[in-house]
Structure formats: structure tokens, C-alpha cells
Design a protein around this ligand. Structure first.
Ligand code: FAQ
Length: 323
């Protein structure tokens, strides 16, 4: 994900007793706090996952920002603006939590803007209609919650605490997305068709948010042992499918997967194969909007330079006044 050094997950030559005591602490469900001893690989794994998460919250504002000026009413516009501001706040909490691991915001931002850091694949898809904003809230926030509720119990204290507030806000986001879909699905034929097309566009990319299948996930095994992750990618994806299919049925919409079928024996839905080539292509930078998203972040960073300079100058003035 990053250049060697910042998040390369290889550990150093760490004493076996310290490693054993660290694992025992995790096994006792005690939180690891910033000043506690931790293996270098644990620290780097957290920086990798948490910064990817923070970047996703920030880049994730862009697909929704696309509809602020075109939301169908003043009320819808206010709700959308509030949601986008919440996502910015989530990014800031998680960046702050990541900084407790000994990296700076500048370093993390630099990794994003130079294309070394990943962010969630989902935000490289366009939002073509108002119904896509409903689908983002319902499906994207729905998938985010499914992933993030277990992260409230992740082993690193600052990450776990940031997730508690974030999950409360994400639940509200999911409800507002579902409400947009409900209004459209119960509206005119054109509105219902628009809702169906949004579901068709966002279903598979939402399933990809959970990451590669367990057999291809390179970090899951170690992250589960360290209780950074509490469930595997496939387990969370299945939970999401099981929770979401009845919601689609309630809306009278069809999930675009001909192989989707309730399995009495397993008590879960069976589903079709995800197009993993598409997933790999998107995380390599070749999705429909990767370039546009990065350009927007670089432009915002450059245009915000004067604000950073002014803040630094203000801080320097205050310091010299106090001296
Ligand atoms: N997109 O070995 P694993 C949101 C990468 S927040 C891009 O399974 P891991 C809120 C992965 O980094 C959404 N890359 O990795 C919102 C790794 O690459 P690396 C973000 C992906 O870490 C809503 C490689 O593939 N949420 O939506 C993706 O154990 C609406 C191998 O994968 C989080 O970040 C992907 N989908 O498991 C905002 C939650 N999946 O680093 C606005 C925290 C995998 O070796 C609007 N993160 N990769 O080069 C996690 O739970 C985990 O990091 C996973 C991946 C589950 C995402």
C-alpha cells in the first residue's frame, strides 16, 4: 500500500517474551494504547488499515458532493450537506487516531496524494442519478457499518473509540439512503426504474468493499490474531448480503444477481461470483473515476495551502507573544 517504511508490515527483531506478553494482552481483550509496547508489524498494519480508512472517508465525500447542487429540494440538500460533513469528521477522527501511532497527518496525506495509499474501491464509481445518492447511503454506508461495528471492538484503543461515534452517524446515513430509495421505489414508474438502475450499479461494487475473498486476503489471518479485525472479509460480506436482500425485497427491487438464492441448509443467501478482475483493476487506479478523484483531492490540497500557511503563521505569532 505504501512506500517501504511507513507501513511495511515486517517486524523487527523483537524479544519473544515481549511478543508473547503482547499477544496474551490481546487474548485477554485488553486494549492496546499509544504508549504501550507493540510489535512494529502491528503498528504498521494499523497505520495501513486506519489511513486507508481515513482516506476513504475523505475521498468518499466526492461522489455525494456531486449532487449537492442538484438535490431535489432544500431539505434534501441540507441532509446531504450534513452527511458529507459527517464523513469529513470521520476522516479527521481516524487521522487523529492514526497519528497516535507516530506518523503525521502530512505524511499520510502525502501518501494519498502521490497515489501510494489506497482508499476504498467504491469511491471510484460515479453517481449518475439522484437515486445513486440513495444507493450510496443504503448500500455503501450499510456495508461500511457492517464492517465498522466489529471495529468498535478492535484491539487498538484510539481506533476502537473513534469507531463508536462513527458507527452512530453511519447508521443515520444508512437510514437516510434507504428513505430516499423508499420514496423513489414507491413513486412513479420512472422513479422506480431509476432506483432499480442505481441498485444495479452499486450492488457489486458494494460487495467489493469488504475486500478480496478470504483465500486471497493477505492480511486477514494476522489481523484476526491481533484482533484488529474481528471477522473475515467473506464473513462480513455474507452478513451484509443476508441483511440487505430482504431490504431490497421490501422496496420491490431486484438484486442484480441471478444466482442469489436463500439456502435453507446454511441459513444464508448463496450468491454469484464477484468479478475480481474489476476489483483489482479499480484498486490499481483504473476504475471509472480514479483519476478524477485524485485530481479533486490534489486541487483541494493546493487551494488550501494559504489556509495552512495562515494557521502556521498564527501559531508562530502566538508562540512569540507568549515567549
Ligand atoms: N478498496 O488483505 P486484505 C466508508 C486492499 S469507509 C481498496 O483483505 P485488509 C464510509 C487492502 O488494502 C470505507 N483496497 O486487506 C463512507 C490490501 O492492500 P495492501 C472504508 C482494498 O486490510 C460511506 C489488499 O487489498 N472502510 O465507506 C479494498 O486485511 C459513504 C488485500 O486485502 C475501511 O477502510 C477495497 N475495498 O482488509 C464514506 C474499513 N479491500 O494494503 C463516504 C477498515 C481490500 O496490502 C460515503 N478497513 N483492499 O496494498 C478494513 O476493514 C480492511 O482494511 C478491509 C481490507 C476489509 C477493507
Amino acid at each position: 500500500m505504501y512506500s517501504q517504511g511507513l507501513t511495511d508490515a515486517k517486524g523487527g527483531d523483537e524479544p519473544a517474551e515481549l511478543l508473547a506478553e503482547f499477544q496474551a494482552k490481546i487474548d485477554r481483550e485488553e486494549k492496546i494504547e499509544p504508549r504501550d509496547w507493540m510489535p512494529e508489524a502491528y503498528r504498521k498494519t494499523l497505520i495501513r488499515q486506519m489511513s486507508q480508512h481515513a482516506h476513504s472517508e475523505i475521498v468518499g465525500q466526492l461522489p455525494e458532493g456531486n449532487w449537492v447542487t442538484r438535490a431535489p429540494s432544500l431539505k434534501r440538500k441540507m441532509i446531504l450537506l450534513a452527511k458529507i460533513q459527517d464523513e469529513a469528521g470521520h476522516g479527521l477522527y481516524i487521522y487523529s487516531a492514526t497519528e497516535t501511532l507516530g506518523v503525521t497527518r502530512d505524511q499520510l496525506n502525502d501518501e494519498l496524494l502521490t497515489g501510494k495509499a489506497k482508499y476504498s474501491s467504491i469511491f471510484n464509481y460515479p453517481t449518475l442519478s439522484w437515486a445513486d445518492i440513495g444507493a450510496v447511503g443504503w448500500l455503501v454506508d450499510g456495508a461500511a457499518i457492517m464492517n465498522q461495528v466489529p471495529l468498535c471492538r478492535t484491539s487498538y484503543g484510539p481506533y476502537s473509540r473513534s469507531m463508536i461515534r462513527i458507527c452512530k452517524e453511519e447508521s443515520f446515513h444508512q437510514r437516510q439512503g434507504y428513505e430516499i430509495m423508499t420514496v423513489l421505489a414507491r413513486g412513479s414508474k420512472e422513479q422506480k426504474d431509476m432506483a432499480q438502475r442505481a441498485l444495479n450499479r452499486f450492488w457489486w461494487p458494494s460487495l467489493m468493499m469488504f475486500g478480496p475473498s478470504d483465500k486471497d486476503s493477505k492480511h486477514s489471518e494476522q489481523s484476526m490474531k491481533w484482533k484488529i479485525k474481528r471477522f473475515t472479509n467473506d464473513e462480513l460480506r455474507q452478513k451484509f448480503i443476508d441483511a440487505t436482500v430482504p431490504q431490497a425485497e421490501h422496496l420491490g427491487l431486484t438484486v442484480p444477481d441471478p444466482e442469489l438464492k436463500w439456502n435453507e441448509q446454511t441459513g444464508h443467501y448463496d450468491h454469484g461470483e464477484i468479478d475480481w478482475n474489476e476489483f483489482v483493476n479499480v484498486i490499481k487506479g483504473n476504475g471509472p473515476c480514479n483519476k478524477e478523484r485524485m485530481q479533486a483531492r490534489i486541487k483541494a490540497h493546493e487551494e488550501g495551502a494559504w489556509v495552512r500557511e495562515a494557521a502556521q503563521q498564527y501559531h508562530a505569532n502566538k508562540k512569540s507573544e507568549a515567549a
